[in-house]
Design a protein around this ligand. Sequence first.
Ligand SMILES: Cc1cn(CCC(=O)O)c2ccccc12
Length: 158
Amino acid sequence: MRRVVCPGSFDPITNGHLDIIGRSARLYDEVTVAVLINVEKSSLFTVDERIEMLQTVTKELPNVKVRKFHGLLVDFCRNNDIPAIVKGIRVVSDFDYELQMAQLNYRLSGVETLFMPTNPEYSFLSSSRVKEIARYGGDVSGLVPDLVHKLLIERLRG
Ligand SMILES: Cc1cn(CCC(=O)O)c2ccccc12
């Protein structure tokens, strides 16, 4: 059983994230989308809201499961018998940071990291940019799943 993890905050999930998750699900037997619990970081959606969104938008992918974790990603991998991490790479500057994380994680734990180039259509996309655009009334439809778009507008209006 070939397992990988796709880690992130997903506050909220974007179409860029979903693209990588879907492509990983075609490559591996099981994909765990791991939502990081970071109490130091303020978020727009709670961890449980993010998990619910992720579960809904990946419900057509039977080999994808969504979990939350805190602390080291490599400890999560070890505790869940996951030997590899998939990281989406949008631009060269992502690679600079992710390469060092991959080398550190491998040295710490032997967990491998696989880099997956994002679809160029989404290479500018991040959760923070989506939130910023939506906060100022910009149209983010097409950048996030329809459900996320609806919840994002509701939350920002609230
Ligand atoms: C491009 C990209 C960034 N991240 C981290 C996102 C985050 O930390 O919220 C991903 C997670 C899954 C698939 C692709 C990506």
